[in-house]
Design a protein around this ligand. Structure first.
Ligand SMILES: NC(=O)C1=CN([C@@H]2O[C@H](COP(=O)(O)OP(=O)(O)OC[C@H]3O[C@@H](n4cnc5c(N)ncnc54)[C@H](O)[C@@H]3O)[C@@H](O)[C@H]2O)C=CC1
Ligand SMILES: O=C(O)[C@H]1O[C@H](OP(=O)(O)OP(=O)(O)OC[C@H]2O[C@@H](n3ccc(=O)[nH]c3=O)[C@H](O)[C@@H]2O)[C@H](O)[C@@H](O)[C@@H]1O
Length: 517
């Protein structure tokens, strides 16, 4: 193996016998198309891995200034947990047989930018935490810094692709920065190509996307750039699913999709509050409503509230855009989706307090699940942060168990959002198994829908890969019953339990949106 100049990227070389060397017979190898992805996170890593796997003749380099993250991507202990991701990464990163490696991870951001034909911007775009628009607008400083770097480093034309979720018209910002920083004479085409994967199913979503959106300017160069990107996807996605549209429609469509998905959950959660008073069952209501083909069955599961790094921030971003367009009613409409989500978390806590005789003082509560959804170790914006803090503020001792989330992560998240840090330190604990968390507990509270906690699923849970056996455990509820204080309450914030068999064991089961008739 040899190394390409300045890149540290191994490429195979052919050793030629110098006596037989005939320059006329050697073909200049066709230059491999090069993609650089800036941002090695939940989107950049999996997207690049799938793109590289499906395009063996394209070199894909993922760069990030976070050295630890990049080093982890080079190992078999990937920095994020996603079912089947390691297989896809290995396929392109450490191929066997005749394939040459075409997926690389590096901290050499400048080097990869300089070499690239296409640059995917997959940096984080969180909610602004300070200044104008704090708590609402998207923070574009990471995007800006990546684009500045491109402008400073580029010596050839590039296609710049917004994969990050950005406010509508962000492409104008990107263009403005490039115009100001890049060398004269270079051409940059900016495309919007939002990502729709969901964590826990990222590989499946990337391999079988509902659609690929590519937004471009309606100019010959813009359309040509869109075609280049479409060609990469066409290696594995049917052309009929690759939609090329207006640049700004594409940017807005991403925010709209997340807002509409979250809106369904908030609608169902609002109904769940009604069900509890009316003696109706939200699972039955959702099922019946979802049978209408115009509505469909997905994203109608009542819960303790949606979490994750994107729904809240993207809705707030949409609302902020509406407000800046002087459309306050529209902004209020979008914000109400987040409002119901907050209400759902508070409502869930209040129910726990009420059932436990209106006081949690010194009570032991086992929290099962801390991730914002199953099959991920991601805790960003998880509802568990709010619920755990609320319980601690009510005086409870909270004992957390999650099959995948690291102990440090739980501490960081709870402490970061508490204004009573010393109290948290006294009352929070994290345990390596559900049984240890449940020991002597007055109540069990399910906050993530891990298969392990459900008594509806027979056999081991279906999460695979990193986390090994921990994600395949099955909770023995009769053993839990033997460990708990009496009466034994279970608050099912994810409706993963069939209450009847548990009630036979003596549990009092409180589910979301299930009223007592
Ligand atoms: N997490 C998800 O499931 C999805 C996220 N998105 C969007 O994709 C974007 C990225 O999200 P995630 O991957 O979750 O974020 P992340 O936080 O996991 O990864 C972003 C990475 O970018 C790196 N970075 C930031 N600025 C950089 C710079 N100037 N140079 C080099 N590296 C830089 C960070 O160090 C970090 O590792 C966001 O806009 C998000 O809204 C879209 C669809 C799904
Ligand atoms: O832009 C993004 O980041 C992504 O956001 C979501 O993906 P994700 O947040 O990973 O996961 P979802 O499955 O959408 O779940 C989000 C939250 O809603 C909750 N949820 C989901 C579905 C449901 O019916 N009920 C419900 O409470 C989940 O438990 C989780 O807390 C979208 O589904 C993706 O299409 C999008 O690309």
């Amino acid at each position: 193996m040899h190394t390409q100049a300045g890149q540290g990227i191994p490429v195979p070389v052919t050793i030629t016998n110098s006596t037989n060397f005939d320059p006329q017979k050697t073909r200049t190898p066709q230059r491999m198309k090069k993609v650089c992805c800036i941002g090695a996170g939940y989107v950049g890593g999996p997207t690049s891995a799938v793109m590289a796997t499906k395009n063996p003749d394209v070199s894909v380099t993922v760069v990030d200034y976070n050295k630890d993250r990049i080093e982890a991507w080079k190992t078999n202990e990937l920095p994020i947990y996603e079912p089947d991701l390691l297989d896809v990464v290995q396929h392109a990163r450490d191929p066997v047989a005749k394939r040459i490696p075409n997926l690389f991870f590096s901290t050499d951001v400048e080097g990869a930018i300089a070499e690239a034909d296409i640059i995917l911007l997959s940096v984080n775009t969180p909610t602004k935490s300070m200044g104008h628009g704090a708590g609402q607008a998207s923070e574009l400083c990471h995007l800006e810094s990546a684009v500045r770097r491109i402008g400073e480093v580029a010596t050839s034309d590039k296609i710049i692709v917004e994969k990050s979720t950005v406010p509508c018209k962000a492409a104008e910002t990107v263009r403005d920065i490039l115009n100001a920083t890049a060398k004269p004479g270079l051409n940059f085409e900016i495309l919007s190509n939002p990502e729709f994967l969901a964590e826990g199913t990222a590989v499946r979503n990337l391999l079988h996307p509902d659609r690929i959106l590519i937004g471009s300017l309606n100019t010959p160069r813009g359309l040509a750039a869109a075609r280049s990107l479409a060609d990469l996807y066409a290696s594995w996605v049917d052309r009929s699913r690759i939609i090329t549209i207006n640049l700004y429609s594409s940017e807005l469509a991403k925010l709209a999709a997340n807002a509409l998905l979250a809106q369904r959950i908030s609608s169902v959660n609002a109904l769940s509050a009604m069900c509890e008073s009316l003696g109706a069952d939200i699972d039955e209501v959702s099922h019946c409503v979802g049978l209408d083909q115009r509505i469909g069955p997905k994203m109608l599961k009542a819960s303790v509230g949606f979490g994750g790094s994107c729904f809240r921030k993207d809705i707030l971003s949409l609302a902020y855009i509406a407000e800046s367009l002087h459309l306050p009613q529209v902004a209020d409409y979008w914000r109400s989706i987040v409002g119901i989500n907050e209400y759902q978390k508070e409502r869930f806590t209040r129910r726990i307090v009420k059932c436990l005789y209106s006081s949690l003082s010194s009570k032991r509560l086992a929290v099962l699940g801390f991730a914002y959804k199953k099959d991920t170790g991601d805790t960003r914006e998880t509802s568990a942060i709010t619920v755990v803090n609320n319980l601690i503020n009510e005086g409870a001792n909270v004992r957390v168990y999650d099959p995948l989330v690291e102990e440090d992560r739980v501490w960081e998240e709870v402490l970061a959002s508490s204004d009573r840090r010393e109290t948290v330190k006294q009352r929070l604990s994290v345990w390596p198994s559900a049984y240890e968390a449940c020991a002597d507990a007055d109540a069990v509270i399910i906050l993530t829908e891990w298969d392990e906690f459900s008594n509806k699923i027979s056999g081991p849970g279906d999460a695979r890969g990193r986390g090994g056996d921990r994600t395949k455990r099955v909770l023995d509820w009769s053993r839990v019953a033997g460990l708990m204080q009496k009466p034994m309450y279970v608050f099912d914030g994810r409706n993963v339990l069939d209450a009847a068999p548990l009630e036979k064991m003596g549990f009092r089961v409180e589910s979301i949106g299930k009223g007592v008739v």
